[in-house]
Design a protein around this ligand. Structure first.
Ligand SMILES: O=C(O)[C@@H](COP(=O)(O)O)OP(=O)(O)O
Length: 618
């Protein structure tokens, strides 16, 4: 790295740290003021130290992930890999493996692997297979769930799953006698067990964290201290704050470095997979189905997506895309259905045309999408203004979205994103997949995700357990409910508000939101839409907005005239572009279209909705 760059990084670090820990001013302070100052410093150290602790854990996790991805790449390149030994996995890892998507178990056995002699490996592999073979039949099952056997999750759970999924490599062993229903039974039990272990592990981790933090920063004892003592204590705490904060800064740098590395490796893996992507079919979908897709549960009973699925020849497909642009009688009738579904509570200026009314010509098109899946979606935590990256699936979704748009022939002129990395990366990836990297990407905090206030970082399913699913739904989807605001004691407060990106906004940092309802989101977003995005569209540019679940909901509410009551039922899937066609007055001319495989879209919506439910494992 160039000396100049290093010097720049040092300058940047010094300025951030100086801003966060300004010099002490002790002169003329009374005893009580000094005591307050001590308390204040003590509290700040506590917060920063906790953040440092969390970041350190993240560094360790990232390191493991980097190693694991490295192994994967080595394997994919067909390079002879070193002999590997299974290592203990945490309950969390086993859980992740056990409950990984669509029923295909994905325990990642290459992570944290060690070289060993061939003999050792064979022995070990044979061992767990034997274990599982011995588990068929009632006796076996009992043994399998015997607490003694399960005290070491790592050695049994992943192996058992692997076997149950029929993914064992050794062909010499006779085929498993376990029937499908037994398999399901075993899997369910194992998941339950793993969940209990996960809970215990989480509790243990929380205890460890608390005791470490308490040890590092014992409580303050201020009584009986003279002015001189208090001044010395302030100095000591100030110095300590400086050290802790600098460490936190360095660790945060490590995290962003390893995040970038993970992203690079993930991209490499995707490239190595040979850009194999699912065949996307354009399908004719009724307006009802479209609204069903968007409104999720509300109307889904009446929607049969399978019945609407149709394979169309490529030629026909293109023709349809172009010629159906302004619609015909079919368009009018579908639009009317959509108007009926939404129109009841639509505000009149935005309402789609009703039957008998003349239909308007589409003058403008705009594409709106929620970014690909974010890393915290996997953990089911409210992410909001915390700058999490895309997950591996999120990267895949963004690329698939780019391919879809390229195949459909879209030529973008400008992309708008929020200031959050997940929205920006989605834009980059999709532009790359479209071969349109040159297209400008314009960023604004006004497209940021809704600020979830004090809810940031909390787990939705746990919230549902503690407060009820309905309450969580209200927090997530209602129009004018504002969650409790974030304050300085919140673990992510400093990370958000000390971030340099927020000093670039068109409002002062202290006026940035501390919590928002969807209504607030629309209020901060609309001036940007009217003042910056609309003029570009009017210039004839094709605009894509890579936003967030709720910033996109707010925009759709505005464009489609969705009522306060109906917006509650609108949930957006990740990585799915929505095409909106507008007339010269920016009123919709036809129902918005969620582009892509409708069945998959419906499933993705359900997945997002289910995040707010108490997880039932039965
Ligand atoms: O803040 C978050 O966690 C999600 C939305 O959460 P829900 O409103 O779906 O709970 O935003 P996004 O992933 O689109 O950035």
């Amino acid at each position: 790295m160039l000396i100049e760059e290093l010097a720049e990084m040092k300058r940047e670090k010094d300025s951030v740290l100086n801003e966060r820990v300004p010099p002490l001013k002790l002169t003329d302070l009374s005893v009580s003021e000094l005591q307050d100052l001590c308390k204040d410093l003590h509290k700040k150290i506590d917060i920063v130290d906790e953040a440092r602790y969390d970041l350190q854990i993240k560094v360790e996790r990232n390191d493991l992930e980097v190693k694991s991805l490295g192994h994967k790449i080595t394997e994919m390149k067909g390079i002879k890999k070193p002999l590997l030994k299974r290592v203990k996995k945490s309950a969390a890892d086993s859980m992740l493996g056990a409950v990984a998507d669509t029923g295909k178990v994905k325990a990642d056995f290459t992570s944290g692997l060690k070289k060993v002699k061939k003999e050792e490996e064979k022995e070990e592999v044979t061992d767990w297979r034997k274990n599982v073979d011995a588990m068929s039949g009632m006796e076996g099952r009992k043994k399998l769930f015997d607490g003694r056997k399960l005290t070491k999750t790592a050695n049994i759970v992943p192996g058992a799953f692997l076997h149950l999924k029929g993914e064992t490599q050794n062909c010499n062993h006779p085929k498993s006698k376990i029937s499908a229903s037994r398999r399901l039974f075993l899997k369910t039990k194992l998941v339950k067990k793993a969940m209990a272990m996960l809970e215990a592990e989480n509790e243990q981790k929380a205890n460890e964290k608390e005791s470490t933090l308490n040890e590092r920063l014992p409580p303050l004892m201020l009584s009986g201290l003279s002015v001189q003592d208090l001044q010395n204590l302030c100095k000591e705490l100030h110095q300590r704050m400086d050290v802790v904060d600098e460490e936190r800064y360095d660790i945060a740098m490590k995290v962003s470095k390893s995040n970038a590395e993970i992203e690079n490796l993930t991209m490499k893996i995707i490239e190595l997979k040979g850009k194999k992507r699912p065949q996307l079919k354009r399908v004719r979908v009724s307006a009802e189905a479209m609204m069903g897709a968007l409104l999720g549960a509300k109307v889904k009973e009446s929607v049969d997506f399978k019945a609407n699925l149709k394979t169309v020849k490529k030629e026909e497909e293109k023709k349809e895309e172009v010629t159906d642009w302004h619609g015909g009688s079919a368009f009018l009738s579908t639009h009317t259905t959509a108007a009926r579904l939404l129109g009841r509570t639509c505000n009149n200026t935005r309402k789609a045309p009703a039957a008998g009314q003349s239909f308007r010509m589409s003058k403008y098109k705009v594409l709106v999408m929620r970014h690909g899946e974010g890393a915290w979606t996997k953990e089911n935590r409210f992410c909001s203004w915390v700058d999490q990256r895309l997950s591996e699936d999120g990267v895949r979704e963004a690329l698939a979205c780019g391919h879809l748009l390229r195949e459909a022939g879209f030529q973008l002129d400008v992309v708008f994103t929020s200031l959050l990395s997940r929205s920006i990366h989605t834009a980059w990836l999709l532009l790359e997949a479209m071969g349109q990297e040159w297209v400008p990407v314009v960023k604004s905090w006004r497209l940021n995700e809704r600020h979830y206030g004090a809810l940031i970082g909390l787990n939705r399913a746990e919230m549902a357990l503690n407060h009820g699913e309905e309450r969580v739904k209200q927090w997530r989807r209602s129009y004018d409910l504002t969650p409790p605001p974030i304050d300085e004691s919140h673990p992510y407060f400093l990370e958000i508000y000390n971030d340099r990106r927020y000093s670039t906004c068109d409002v002062a940092k202290e006026h940035l939101p501390r919590s928002e309802s969807l209504k607030d989101v629309l209020e901060r977003l609309q001036p940007y839409w009217d003042g910056t995005i609309v003029p570009e569209i009017k210039r004839g540019k094709l605009v894509l907005i890579s936003g967030h679940g709720n910033s996109c909901r707010a925009l759709l509410k505005h464009l489609e005239g969705i009522s306060d009551a109906d917006i509650v039922n609108v949930t957006l899937p990740t990585g799915t572009p929505i095409l909106i066609e507008l007339d010269e007055n920016f009123r919709p001319t036809k129902p918005m279209q969620l582009l892509g495989d409708q069945e998959a879209i419906q499933a993705a919506i359900r997945k997002v909705e289910d995040q707010g439910k108490v997880k039932q494992v039965s």
